[in-house]
Design a protein around this ligand. Structure first.
Ligand SMILES: [Zn+2]
Ligand SMILES: [Zn+2]
Length: 162
């Protein structure tokens, strides 16, 4: 089974490398993907720890946990990502990752697009902020439709059940 973030490796060989270990994501895109997987797995500690210091004041780990608990993440698509190594980081021109994500919230299917900005703190990539480009409700699939997460299963046997 593919990783939550959409790459073909299993979670253990993909985002767990950063979420469940002492390693840090070498590129903004990999941090972004691992943060998406952490949302999908409701790992608020990882999300908090990979947020830039200034931004941590705005959302406590509890806030993140509450929000994550109410949302089911179905699918991530990375649209564009700046390739940038930690040593090449320039705060005047921070790298960005643009993505779309499909999620269920309060029994509604929604798709959001965001452009996130990443910075380096203590030699680690951190999420600084995101500009929401779109966030729209999509028609709810019928129970026998294929699941929008593209598992190939029927919606009723896949992401519709909690
Ligand atoms: Zn992954
Ligand atoms: Zn599904």
């Amino acid at each position: 089974m593919a990783c939550d973030c959409g790459l073909n490796e299993s979670f253990e060989l993909c985002c767990a490398n950063f979420i469940d270990s002492v390693n840090h994501a070498p590129e903004p895109e990999l941090l972004m993907r691992s943060r998406y997987s952490a949302y999908a797995r409701k790992n608020a500690a990882y999300l908090f720890n990979t947020t830039a210091k200034d931004k941590q004041k705005e959302n406590s780990q509890n806030d993140i946990a509450q929000w994550a608990a109410q949302t089911k993440w179905l699918k991530l698509t990375v649209v564009h990502a700046t390739q940038c190594k930690i040593i090449d980081f320039d705060e005047r021109n921070p790298p960005t990752v643009q993505f779309t994500a499909l999620y269920l919230h309060n029994n509604k299917l929604c798709q959001m697009s965001e452009r996130s900005i990443f910075v380096v703190e203590n030699r680690q990539w951190k999420y600084l902020s995101g500009e929401i480009l779109a966030d729209e409700q999509l028609p709810m699939p019928k129970r026998n439709d294929l699941c929008p997460c593209q598992s190939g299963k029927k919606f009723k046997r896949c992401c519709s059940s909690n």
